[in-house]
Ligand binder design. Structure first.
Ligand SMILES: [Zn+2]
Length: 431
C-alpha cells in the first residue's frame, strides 16, 4: 500500500530512469577545447535483449504481486482486529490523545515494514544482484532499511495527528483541510529531503571531475541556474545503474548526478542528461508536481470521506472501531488511498511522461546535441535492461517516463534550429 500511495511522489522525484552498465569506460576526461561537432546521423533503437525482456516480464509479475500485497496487508490488519489491538496498546502506553496517535503510527510503520520485508528484500537486493545491476553489500542494504524505518517512524509520529485532529474538529470538512494541508507539508518535505534525509544514506558533495564540472556549470549558467546547485553522490555503493535527478525546494533545490553516471556516460552524454535535468529545474516542474501531489491528496481524502463511513458501519465488529476519527482506522485509510492511487495512476503517470518529454525538449534546445541525446538513451536502454517499446498496460500503469524508443526517436528528429523555427524554451536559454 505504501508503495501504491507513494507512487505519485516517487514518480515526482525520480526524474530519470535508472540504468546499469558493465561497460568499462575510463573516467571522463574532458579537454579544454570544445568537443567535436555532434554527428547528425540518426541513431537506431536497438531491439531489447532476451535478458531485458525477461527483466521486463518478471518485473511486471513482481509489480502485480507487490500491488496486491500492498492492498492485502491493510485489509488483514483491519479484518483480523489487529489494528484495534494496536490502538489499545498505543492507548495504554501513550495515555493521552497525541501520544496514542504517535505510538500507533510507529507500531503501524513497524508492522508494515516487517510484513513487506521479504518482498522488499527480494526486490531491493536479491533481484538487482541476480541481474548484475548491483554491488551493494547486504550490510548497506540493512543499514539503509533500518534508517528508512526510523525516518518513517519519526515522520508518522510528527504528522499523523493532523488528519485525526481535523476529523475530530470538523467531521464534514476534514478531507478538504487535510488535502490542503498536504501542500505545505509537501513543500516542507521537499525542502528538507536533500538536507536532512538523503545525506543519511549517501555522501553528497561537489563534482570530482573539475573539467566536466566547469562545462556543466557553463550550461547551467545559460539556463539561469547558479553554480552551487550541482552535486555528485556516491550511488556506486548501492547500484550499478545510472541516474540524475532534481530535488529540494527553494534554497535547497539542486541537481544531483550519480557517480555511476559520470563513470559510464561520455561527457557530451552527461551534458545532455544535465540539460534534461535543468529543464525540470527551470520549467517549474517542482511546483507542478507539488500541485499534483496536493490534488491527489485532496481527491484521496475526499474518496475516503465518502466511502469509509459505510464500510465502518458494516464491519465495525470485525474492525473494532466505530468511527474514522479512531486512529485504528489508519489501515482503512491506507487501503482506500491505495485503491484511489491505482485508479488515478494512469492519469498521474501521463502527466509525468508529459513533464519528462518537455525536459527532453529543453535538454535538446540547450545542447542542440541530437546525437548524444540519442546515444545517452540507447545506453539507458541497454544498461538498464529496458524494453524500448513496452505494452499498453505497462505504459498506462507503470511508465513514469516516455518509452525509450519514443525518446530516442524524438532525439533524432527534433531540430527546429536547423530550419529557423522558434524554440519552445528559447526565452529561458541564454546564447
Ligand atoms: Zn526527467
Amino acid at each position: 500500500m505504501r508503495r501504491a500511495a507513494l507512487a505519485v511522489l516517487i514518480l515526482a522525484f525520480a526524474f530519470l530512469p535508472a540504468l546499469s552498465s558493465h561497460a568499462q569506460q575510463a573516467p571522463s576526461q574532458v579537454s579544454a577545447s570544445a568537443p567535436a561537432p555532434p554527428s547528425s546521423a540518426p541513431v537506431s533503437v536497438p531491439p531489447a535483449s532476451e535478458k531485458a525482456m525477461r527483466y521486463y516480464r518478471t518485473g511486471n509479475v513482481l509489480w502485480v504481486i507487490g500491488t496486491l500485497w500492498g492492498l492485502l496487508v491493510p485489509t488483514l490488519l483491519l479484518f483480523t482486529g489487529i489494528s484495534a489491538r494496536m490502538r489499545d496498546a498505543a492507548r495504554r502506553a501513550g495515555r493521552n490523545w497525541f501520544f496514542t496517535i504517535a505510538i500507533y503510527g510507529i507500531l503501524f510503520t513497524l508492522v508494515m515494514t516487517v510484513l513487506s520485508l521479504p518482498l522488499d528484500y527480494y526486490e531491493g537486493f536479491v533481484r538487482p544482484h541476480a541481474y548484475g545491476l548491483s554491488d551493494q553489500t547486504v550490510a548497506k542494504w540493512w543499514s539503509d532499511e533500518i534508517k528508512g524505518v526510523i525516518v518513517g517512524c519519526i515522520g508518522i509520529a510528527l504528522f499523523l495527528w493532523i488528519p485525526y485532529l481535523l476529523l475530530r474538529k470538523s467531521p464534514r470538512r476534514w478531507w478538504l483541510y487535510s488535502g490542503l494541508a498536504a501542500f505545505p507539508l509537501l513543500v516542507l518535505l521537499l525542502f528538507i529531503t536533500p538536507i536532512w534525509i538523503e545525506p543519511l544514506f549517501n555522501k553528497f558533495g561537489p563534482m570530482h571531475d573539475k573539467a566536466l564540472e566547469s562545462q556543466i556549470l557553463a550550461l547551467a549558467d545559460r539556463a539561469g541556474i547558479e553554480g552551487g546547485r550541482v552535486y555528485e553522490v556516491n550511488k556506486s555503493v548501492d547500484t550499478k545503474t545510472v541516474n540524475a535527478y532534481v530535488t529540494g525546494f527553494g534554497g535547497s533545490k539542486r541537481i544531483v548526478l550519480w557517480d555511476t553516471t559520470l563513470a559510464k556516460m561520455s561527457p557530451p552524454e552527461v551534458l545532455y542528461v544535465m540539460g534534461h535535468e535543468m529543464g525540470h529545474y527551470v520549467l517549474g516542474h517542482t511546483w507542478q508536481l507539488i500541485f499534483l501531489g496536493t490534488a491527489v491528496a485532496l481527491f484521496g481524502a475526499w474518496v475516503i470521506h465518502l466511502t469509509a463511513g459505510e464500510l465502518i458501519a458494516r464491519y465495525r465488529d470485525r474492525f473494532g472501531f466505530t468511527e474514522l476519527a479512531d486512529v485504528a482506522s489508519l489501515p482503512l485509510m491506507g487501503l482506500l488511498f491505495g485503491v484511489v492511487s491505482l485508479v488515478i495512476s494512469p492519469a498521474a503517470l501521463a502527466f509525468g511522461r508529459h513533464v519528462e518529454h518537455e525536459a527532453d525538449r529543453f535538454g535538446l534546445e540547450i545542447t542542440r546535441d541530437n546525437h548524444d541525446c540519442a546515444t545517452a538513451f540507447v545506453k539507458l536502454q541497454q544498461e538498464n535492461l529496458s524494453n524500448p517499446r513496452p505494452g499498453l498496460l505497462y505504459k498506462l500503469w507503470r511508465a513514469d517516463h516516455p518509452p525509450l524508443g519514443e525518446r530516442i526517436d524524438f532525439c533524432n528528429g527534433y531540430r527546429p534550429w536547423e530550419t529557423g523555427q522558434p524554440l519552445r524554451y528559447g526565452d529561458k536559454i541564454r546564447k
